[in-house]
Ligand binder design. Sequence first.
Ligand SMILES: Nc1ncnc2c1ncn2[C@@H]1O[C@H](COP(=O)(O)OP(=O)(O)OP(=O)(O)O)[C@@H](O)[C@H]1O
Length: 228
Amino acid sequence: MKLDTATRTGLRLAEVTLRLGDGDDTIKALDAVSLTVAPGELVAVVGPSGAGKSSLLAVAGGLTVPDEGTVTVDGDDLAAMRPAARTAYRREHIGFVFQSGNLIPALTAIDQLRLIHHLDRRRTGAPDAAALLEAVGMADKAHRRPHQLSGGERQRIGIARALIGGPSLLLADEPTAALDRARSREVVELLARETRRAGVATVMVTHDTDVLADCDRVVEMVDGTLSG
Ligand SMILES: Nc1ncnc2c1ncn2[C@@H]1O[C@H](COP(=O)(O)OP(=O)(O)OP(=O)(O)O)[C@@H](O)[C@H]1O
């Protein structure tokens, strides 16, 4: 399961500004935001509703190109890529974890991972599906479908699926929103452990103050600016 992580430098946002809306309604969803996340580091982003947390994940993941500033993953400038190249780059280097796992209902746990592996055939050196299920503590439930799993178990599969391509960057959008307190802690502990083991730079947006102790660093967004 060893990946070549020696050349990784992680995520770097430098003076990123993103304007949304038109005309007089234009707002700065991100206002000169700078953030560096090292390989193996888990950074939590907290802040009130509308502060710009989703916008931060969108630019970090190359889903939105900022108006100003640069976003680099392992030194590769996302904004400088053509859209098709950026999409390919995202598939190959960036993993996403969603609020509720977003699993495919008809597929077993291991097939959720194998599907991504299959779509991403070009990758070499990525961890195999069985090993990843083992790593997230789900080896004994590999053949269950999502409706036969708890919310926390589904989220474990969601994390394993995000890691299957051996990404450099992992972006998690409120991964504990659907979970109770104990399950939330377990899922974020897992995220922290896998972040370190896989040497991935992880950014997690959360409203959940219970899970912050398991993060390496907490930054706060207010009105499109970052502090912490
Ligand atoms: N397409 C859009 N057009 C105009 N304004 C937008 C658009 N999308 C988001 N916004 C505004 O940009 C700001 C930042 O939104 P964003 O979704 O990034 O906040 P957030 O911190 O993720 O909020 P929440 O915690 O509620 O998810 C908000 O003021 C929002 O109203």
